[in-house]
Design a protein around this ligand. Sequence first.
Ligand SMILES: Nc1ncnc2[nH]cnc12
Ligand SMILES: [Zn+2]
Length: 325
Amino acid sequence: MPKAELHLHIEGTLEPSLAFALAERNGVVLPFATEEELRAAYSFTDLQSFLDLYYALMAVLRTEDDFADLADAYLARARRQGVRHAEIFFDPQAHTARGVPVGTVVDGLTRALDAAPRRHGITTRLIMCFLRDEGPEAALATFESARPYLDRIAAVGLDSAEVGHPPAAFREVYRRAREAGLKCVAHAGEEGPPAYVWEALDVLGVDRVDHGVRSMEDPELVARLAADQVPLTVCPLSNLRLRVVDRLADHPLPAMLEAGLLVTVNSDDPAYFGGYVDDNFTAVRDALGLDAETLRTLARNSFRASFLDEETRARYLAEVDAHRD
Ligand SMILES: Nc1ncnc2[nH]cnc12
Ligand SMILES: [Zn+2]
């Protein structure tokens, strides 16, 4: 099924094999002797336990080539999963903190993204995320340091440790982003309460909410999201691995669809969570008993919720309608 992926951290596509290859290339010593040892650490109790490993492993990403190789490897895999369009997050602060300039990151990623239509048959957008646990001043400094690259960036986002870091503090950086013509998204309602989703909508003015699954605890919020058809980028295998849900069979995805929300299915950090986007489609189909029409709705939603121009969006939607299993 043709689909768009709208919630994908490029750093979360760093597979153990590439991590070890880049460690070797850059002379970085990892605190794991083998790929098996590293994989054994992929047992998470919550978001923070994942983030600790996610940031640690980024030590191997140092040069423009590293970022280009990382993105190209993701795009090759994504195409095999039916992805025709990808809107890709990156975390500049996770790299500048280690002395890697934002320009190195953007140049490497855009080298792979620019080649993607002809190399992989995938169109892309780039979304620059701020690390909410680093605070609003650091986000502002990051935004200003990225100004020379904004013509290659479609949107800003907000990620990292959610609880205790509500969206409202980031009002000014989102105002500047919108003023610069960028779209706005934010992680909210993953581990954080519905109040954070309200703030993302009303204070930051986001065009999409990333995750948003805890919105289901607040009927008024559900009504608002449905009325405005605010897209939610849901990541089922991520929610399972980070213990947002105990079992995939308990996932609120069917209730979200039932409530008329514009829901999409995505992979978040596929190298860590046991599956790329089509694996997420298959997992929810099997665990939640979703039928073929519902899966097609999810694929249609992914293009409807994208930042594509209308003409390209219509072309992809026609591909979904023409698709036969
Ligand atoms: N699921 C997630 N939530 C918040 N920040 C993240 N960074 C990478 N993956 C994330
Ligand atoms: Zn995410």
